[in-house]
Ligand binder design. Structure first.
Ligand code: G3P
Ligand code: MG
Length: 253
């Protein structure tokens, strides 16, 4: 089942701001988005930070790896200049700071656990533990049965999600796949996942029906054309993330 927002700003502010930065989150908010997807990776000293690529060179300059660089050094890197001079000086955010920002601004989070290669299990565990700790009051509150208030953890890494399930079973999980595999049902059940997250390009109405009939939510990435968004929603897709937050608004569906 999908109880979460239907339209989600991809990587914070879609294609309007440097991905996975506070500038992106502010941009999403300026476009009235109160639902966001972003990527979380571990620094070399085991601190969760927002980053998509395990190697430097695209959103931060230079050569090197996130998994061998301290969080302190990462947060001093410029994650905005690649996107445009107006964003020069935008830093790599700490996941903890982003959670606090989102809570303060009433922004729902789809936290994509994005492990660097061979850091799958530890990344899932640490990200889930931090999420659980920072949402402990929501988890303990009498209305905790409104899980829409809590983030949704997703990942392409089955092992990361299994680790998340062990340490934070009450934080919902979505399994990310590019192509829906033949054993999707067994995998979702093993993960005790809430939803399947998949590439909209590989979707068919029959697959949508099967996933929905099985009782799982179905979320798609990344839908940037309004016509396509209407089509997959008509098929029964529950929600999607978009880079075109200027074209597809939070109330689009
Ligand atoms: O979470 C959906 C989407 O973000 C997955 O792909 O590469 O944009 O993180 P990517
Ligand atoms: Mg992502």
């Amino acid at each position: 089942m999908w109880i979460y927002p239907k339209v989600v700003a991809h990587r914070g502010g879609g294609s309007l701001a440097p991905e996975n930065t506070f500038a992106a989150l502010r941009c999403g908010l300026a476009h009235r988005f109160h639902a966001v997807e972003f990527d979380v990776m571990l620094s070399g000293d085991g601190i969760p930070i927002l980053m998509h690529d395990p190697e430097f060179g695209r959103t931060v300059s230079g050569r090197g790896s996130v998994c061998t660089t301290t969080a302190k050094a990462l947060t001093l890197m410029d994650a905005g200049i690649w996107f445009g001079p107006a964003f020069a000086g935008e830093r790599v955010p700490l996941f903890e700071d982003v959670i606090n920002f989102c809570k303060k601004n009433d922004v729902w989070m789809n936290v994509e656990i994005k492990p660097a290669p061979s850091y799958e299990e530890v990344t899932g565990r640490v990200v889930a533990q931090m999420t659980q700790r920072l949402f402990s009051s929501e988890l303990a509150a009498p209305d905790r049965n409104n899980p829409a208030r809590l983030p949704l953890l997703s990942s392409f890494s089955f092992d990361a999600l299994m680790a998340a399930k062990v340490v934070a079973p009450d934080i919902a999980r979505g399994y990310l796949v590019d192509v829906i595999p033949p054993d999707w049902f067994a995998q979702l059940n093993t993960l005790e996942a809430t939803a399947l997250h998949t590439n909209q390009k590989n979707l068919t109405p029959a697959l949508v029906n099967a996933v929905k009939q099985a009782g799982f939510g179905l979320f798609c990435y990344t839908v940037n054309e309004p016509i396509r968004a209407k089509e997959i929603i008509a098929w029964g897709v529950n929600g999607f993330c978009t880079d075109r937050i200027d074209l597809i608004g939070p109330q689009f569906v």
